[in-house]
Ligand binder design. Structure first.
Ligand SMILES: *Cc1c(COP(=O)(O)O)cnc(C)c1O
Length: 422
């Protein structure tokens, strides 16, 4: 479903988020602004839950950590995958039950472990023998037992961008599969640890099912091995990673993915956990930005806009491609102009889109950078002393602020002068 469509407004056709025009969003909240459509979040969650009806869905908060998004999924019955103490705070504040939280991430500090144990987090995915020892100690100190899944590095290439592949032998994630049987046995003997199963997460933006299958095959072999040794293995986490279509990718459809999860469950008789992030939220958000200036330079047409790499890092960090649509629908006969869309940050990498077919643009025109609901605002920074952008959510005709734009004073408020400079 696409909740972002051109609709009539005052005699012209304007891009809307559900029932709200983006010109109205810009008028009310300014730009740059992240705008999310709640209907897309709900529809995608329901589609995934329908495709994998027996799996426990643990929304990966790092994809989008706004309370409004987390709460939307909490209300639909999701738990969450958290990878920091900060995300734990957010998940609890958003109304997630602690038992429905999975604490993942390659290195948890003792403080984070203490907080998660005291909060009653339902599962810890442990990524090293040292972490297992530390968690055992932390749990014993609180007189409790930590439910643990060991995260396996299955040595599978997810066939995705190098920076978001996480299941290859040389990546920093997980425990080599050869070490799992001995470590699982050791975990069983620990007073502070209750081993419940295994987990993998091989990467993000996977556009084929084969790497998921390969990772799962590795897990099957390990589970059989562990069970033969007399261990109970009740839970299997398949991680997140299901890809979306940004441009011309053809990711597997959710039904095929769900069928894979269900096959895994039936084959091993385990509870399956999945940790989707991107797939649930990427298409639900756009970044609304206004053209500041247009210039011809170096034989190119540049549209300089008020959103930049600090607001949306994906193009600079991953060479990611996001569609960029004009908010005012172009007339059908307009001659498109090949345009570079770039931000105001002083870096040549601050380009949101290269060589885009756009109608002739003027200062003040609005553009929408599409499919930025995942790994968009969460990666925003204040580089160049640019305040963090506003974030809003639409539901039907209702438009709500979910994160006001940062102002210059609050940016400065963290700074202190040493007494000798006062
Ligand atoms: C990032 C991450 C996810 C979510 O990945 P997506 O590609 O956004 O679905 C799930 N599990 C773990 C452990 C992660 O680090």
């Amino acid at each position: 479903m696409d909740a972002f469509t051109y609709r009539e407004e005052n005699g012209s056709r304007v891009l809307h988020a559900e029932g709200v025009s983006l010109t109205a969003v810009a008028a009310a909240f300014g730009t740059p602004t992240y705008c999310y459509a709640n209907a897309v979040l709900v529809a995608r969650y329901r589609a995934l839950a329908g495709a994998a009806p027996h799996a426990l869905i643990r929304y990966s908060i790092k994809a989008n950590d706004t309370l409004a998004v987390i709460r939307t999924f909490a209300r639909l019955g999701a738990g969450a995958d958290i990878i920091s103490g900060g995300e734990l705070h957010r998940a609890l504040r958003a109304g997630m039950a602690p038992d429905n939280l999975v604490f993942a991430g390659p290195a948890k500090s003792r403080d984070e472990m203490d907080l998660a144990l005291a909060s009653g987090v339902g599962q810890f995915n442990v990524e090293s023998p040292a972490e297992l020892d530390a968690l055992d100690e932390a749990a014993q100190a609180q007189g409790t037992r930590a439910p643990v899944a060991l995260r396996v590095n299955p040595d599978v290439d997810a066939d995705t961008h190098d920076k978001i592949a996480t299941g290859r032998r040389g990546d920093k994630f997980g425990i080599d599969d050869g070490e799992i049987p001995a470590l699982y046995a050791r975990a069983t003997a620990m007073d502070g640890i209750e081993p419940v199963g295994l987990a993998v997460h091989i990467g993000s933006q996977l556009t084929r099912l084969a790497p998921f299958e390969a990772a799962f095959d590795r897990l099957v072999a390990l589970v059989e091995n562990l069970r033969a040794a007399g261990h109970a293995v009740e839970r299997l986490g398949l991680g997140g990673g299901l890809g979306v279509r940004y441009r011309d990718e053809t990711p597997p459809d959710v039904a095929a993915y769900g069928a894979l999860v269900e096959r895994a469950r039936q084959r091993l008789g385990v509870t399956m956990l999945i940790e989707p992030g991107r797939w649930l939220v990427a298409p639900a958000g756009l970044l609304l930005t206004r053209v500041i200036a247009v210039k011809q330079a170096g034989g190119r047409c540049w549209a300089l806009v008020d959103a930049a790499m600090n607001d949306l890092m994906r193009p600079a960090l991953y060479d990611a491609w996001h569609a960029i649509d004009p908010v005012a629908e172009p007339a059908p006969d307009v001659d498109m102009v090949v345009t570079e869309v770039a931000g105001p940050v002083c870096e040549s990498g601050d380009v949101l889109g290269r060589a885009r077919q756009l109608p002739p643009l003027s200062p003040g025109d609005l553009l929408a950078v599409r499919d930025v609901g995942a790994y968009g605002s969460v990666m925003a920074s204040t580089y160049n002393s640019r305040p963090l952008p506003a974030e809003v959510m639409v539901r039907g005709d209702a438009l709500s602020s979910i994160r006001p734009r940062q102002d210059h004073e609050s940016l400065l408020a963290r700074d202190l002068a040493p007494s000798w400079l006062a």
